[in-house]
Design a protein. Structure first.
Length: 358
């Protein structure tokens, strides 16, 4: 009896140590993200001191510092944090639902669909224009029109994927294969639309596809915050269901989990978060793939910690990528989508090689 009590106490101590380690890692990531956020506000072509940032945040300081902080950098940084958290959480849930480490909004073709919708608005509906002969004058003259068509296209793609998957019993393999095929189809459609467009329209479409956090202002930040916040809240509410799915569908069903419903709802919510983010900011690849994979190697697959940590890691990665894009060759700003792809592509290849070796 004493040995059993001692064993139980040891197990409880191990559990408390386990949870303490996870919370410590999460706290360190939050601190690192906050530090990077402060640096992001300070760094750029117009460098500001920490005291100037504090005065601007308090409504004091010069007109220039107030405009730089409140109108340019703060919306951009908050947009990066929200978008990164949303994309990473969406990728985390897709990987858990499909039991595939390579599942993400990018690999399932949702971003390809959003790009197709944006190209329709820019080229067919005339949302792209130029104001002079310089390349820098290429702009999107109807950003909300582009956003709406990109959003509709991304959501339509996910509904088609789920419908096709449902025809085969809604298996994870069918969802992935449907996403790959549909992504290729939307990419082909984008290429055909651009082939018959003029130079200005193609330039505007390519400009949109780069991915740019500087497009979002306070209104877009608020919309993304509501959608991403509700989505992450829903996923965290379902954290025990996802933990049950980790041990297998049959075991989850025996525990009372409606596997088909959880998978369908999760994919729809993840797709909505992705569609809203991509429609506002353009193509931002691989954040939804690499952030959950990094976190799983840090804290394993317990969704009580995996979901919030994936959100924090995604926010950190996208903010870091945007800071690099803004400061590496300042005052020239590189597209953040290129930086995230540079970070994500090697890890994606590593996952493919490791999966193949298994």
């Amino acid at each position: 009896m004493e040995n059993k009590t001692h064993s139980n106490n040891h197990t409880i101590q191990q559990y408390h140590h386990y949870t303490k380690q996870k919370k410590k890692i999460m706290l360190l990531m939050i601190i690192a993200t906050l530090v990077l956020s402060v640096y992001g506000i300070q760094a750029g072509s117009a460098e500001l001191t920490f005291s100037e940032i504090v005065r601007a945040l308090m409504g004091k300081g010069t007109i220039m510092t107030h405009a730089v902080v409140w109108q340019m950098r703060l919306p951009r940084i908050l947009g990066a944090l929200i978008a990164g958290a949303g994309l990473a959480t969406a990728g985390c849930v897709m990987q858990s639902n499909l039991r595939n480490p390579m599942a993400s909004p990018t690999t399932l073709g949702i971003t390809n669909a959003a790009a197709f919708g944006a190209n329709i608005a820019i080229i067919l509906f005339g949302a792209g224009s130029t104001h002079s002969s310089s390349a820098s004058a290429v702009a999107i003259n109807n950003p909300y029109g582009v956003t709406v068509t990109a959003l509709i296209s991304a959501l339509a793609a996910m509904l088609i994927i789920l419908t096709l998957a449902g025809m085969r019993g809604f298996s994870p393999e069918s969802i992935i294969l449907s996403g790959v095929a549909l992504g290729s189809l939307f990419t082909a459609g984008t290429m055909l639309i651009q082939y018959f467009a003029d130079d200005i329209q193609v330039a505007a479409a390519v400009f949109w596809s780069f991915g740019d956090l500087g497009r979002v202002m306070w209104q877009e930040v608020a919309i993304m915050a509501v959608v991403v916040g509700l989505g992450i809240g829903y996923f965290y509410f379902r954290r025990w269901d996802y933990n049950a799915l980790n041990i297998g569908e049959d075991s989850a069903k025996n525990l009372g989990v409606n596997v088909e419903k959880i998978r369908l709802e999760g994919m729809l919510v993840a797709s909505l978060m992705t569609a809203v983010t991509v429609s506002f900011m353009g193509i931002i690849g691989f954040v939804g793939l690499i952030a959950p994979q990094i976190v799983k190697r840090m804290i394993d697959g317990d969704h009580r910690y995996l979901i919030p940590m994936s959100a924090i890691m995604g926010a950190f990665i996208l903010l870091l990528s945007d800071t690099i894009a803004r400061t590496l060759i300042a005052p020239v700003m590189m597209p953040v989508g290129a930086i995230t792809s540079f970070l994500g592509a090697p890890l994606f290849l590593y996952l493919l090689i490791r999966r193949g070796s298994r």
